[in-house]
Design a protein around this ligand. Structure first.
Ligand SMILES: C[S@@+](CC[C@H](N)C(=O)[O-])C[C@H]1O[C@@H](n2cnc3c(N)ncnc32)[C@H](O)[C@@H]1O
Length: 385
């Protein structure tokens, strides 16, 4: 008997069928139209996704990437709440339902799921695609406008994926507040751009003000240590490119990296990572350079390490001295809740750590570490292949 397909494979197959019968040129043209519509756009009074060709183009072209980004965010979140899983889920501005697939890929099994969106063609297509998965078939697809009148029924998990950028400031605030009122956990994902990160930080601040704790990616609920305008926290998820992608974007690469920013917050106390790798690790001869967001009291040695470069993960690292902090210390005044009370929690830190061969098993773990991973690796992860 064949093994059942993973949600990811089922989604990919369902999306591939969407383009059946559509001349490749027509599909590519629909995507080009969508890209133009989205480029430089400001919030509109009416849905951008107006008809079936718009939503087929969105689903075929963007949904695999938003699905992978949400999966990556949820995976990090799930590690911070190992004893929790959502018993119900509402996906706000859910469109064709990428986040519903990602939640199912993270916590298998059925649960009541509702997708809210104002674009009826997106909801209709989402329902059609979800029919391919028995757990997602019963999903409710409801037309709903995000704004001051938005209410979300009480639920365990609210996801807000690639939506904040389409809203006015007031609607964004209304949505995050409605999510905080309704849910035990809220996960916000945005494009991994400076603007996307800024929107994530605003949502993070509002969730903390509403009494939430940050579960991921941050190791704490204190202020983000990144200086606004100098850098932005983002991660990357690998997405296989379909023939449609290759047609639209050209080139022959089999994959591309979707950059995203995110925050996952809970009403209950999570167990966030001690620190997180916030750039692509740099492997050198006999050493690995890890840029970490963590907590602790910076030591004199730490202060000598390189601050994060302000540009991109690919920025060549300046030469560092020698090994510094390998596992960040937590200040003795740290809260069990990850520092929600100002002045009492861990001190956020951002800096570079060098792991060398003489750190033994940790060196091997560092060589395996990926951008976005918790550091040090959680017990049981240190022998990853
Ligand atoms: C870029 S798509 C993201 C869809 C989906 N969440 C994903 O991650 O693939 C943004 C979605 O937000 C919806 N949206 C934008 N503004 C909205 C509003 N004011 N009310 C309801 N939905 C809205 C759009 O219709 C669209 O489906």
């Amino acid at each position: 008997m064949n093994a059942p397909l993973s949600p990811s494979d089922t989604l990919r197959t369902a999306l591939a069928h969407l383009l059946d019968g559509l001349p490749p040129k027509a599909a590519a043209q629909a995507v080009e139209r969508l890209i133009v519509n989205y480029r430089g756009r400001t919030p509109t009074d009416a849905p951008v996704l107006r008809d079936r060709s718009d939503v087929v183009a969105y689903a075929a072209y963007r949904m695999p990437a938003t699905f992978e980004a949400v999966c990556a965010a949820l995976e990090a979140f799930a590690r911070a709440v190992p004893d929790w899983e959502p018993g119900s889920h509402v996906d706000v501005g859910g469109g064709t339902g990428a986040a519903t697939w990602a939640v199912n890929a993270t916590w298998t099994g059925g649960r009541p799921v509702t997708v809210l969106d104002w674009a009826e063609p997106a909801l209709a297509l989402g329902r059609e695609i979800a029919a391919a998965h028995p757990d997602l078939k019963p999903t409710e697809w409801q037309r709903s406008r995000i704004g001051s009148a938005l209410t979300i029924e009480s639920t365990d998990l609210v996801t807000i994926s690639y939506v904040l950028g389409e809203l006015t400031d007031a609607d964004r605030t209304a949505m995050v507040d409605a999510a905080a009122t309704a849910a035990q956990a809220v996960v916000v994902i945005e494009p991994g751009t400076p603007d996307g990160y800024a929107r994530v930080i605003d949502a993070r601040d509002r969730l903390i003000a509403a009494g939430f704790h940050i579960a991921a990616p941050c190791p704490h609920s204190a202020a983000c240590p990144i200086v606004p305008g100098e850098d932005w926290c983002h991660f990357a998820a690998r997405v296989s490119r379909s023939s449609l992608h290759r047609q639209v974007k050209g080139g022959s690469l089999a994959y591309e990296d979707e950059k995203f920013s995110y925050v996952a917050a809970t009403r209950f106390v999570p167990a966030p990572a001690a620190s997180r790798v916030v750039r692509k690790p740099q492997i050198r001869k006999g050493q690995v350079l890890l840029d970490l967001c963590g907590t602790g009291t910076p030591t004199a040695k730490d202060a000598a390490t390189t601050a994060l470069a302000a540009t991109d993960a690919a920025t060549p690292a300046p030469t560092t001295t020698e090994a510094t902090t390998i596992a960040p210390a937590v200040t003795s005044g740290a809260d069990a809740d990850g520092g929600n009370r100002p002045g009492t929690g861990p001190v956020p830190t951002l800096g570079r750590t060098t792991v060398t061969k003489r750190h033994g098993p940790l060196y091997k773990a560092a060589r395996d570490a990926d951008w976005g991973d918790a550091w040090p690796p959680p017990t049981g992860d240190d022998d990853r292949a």
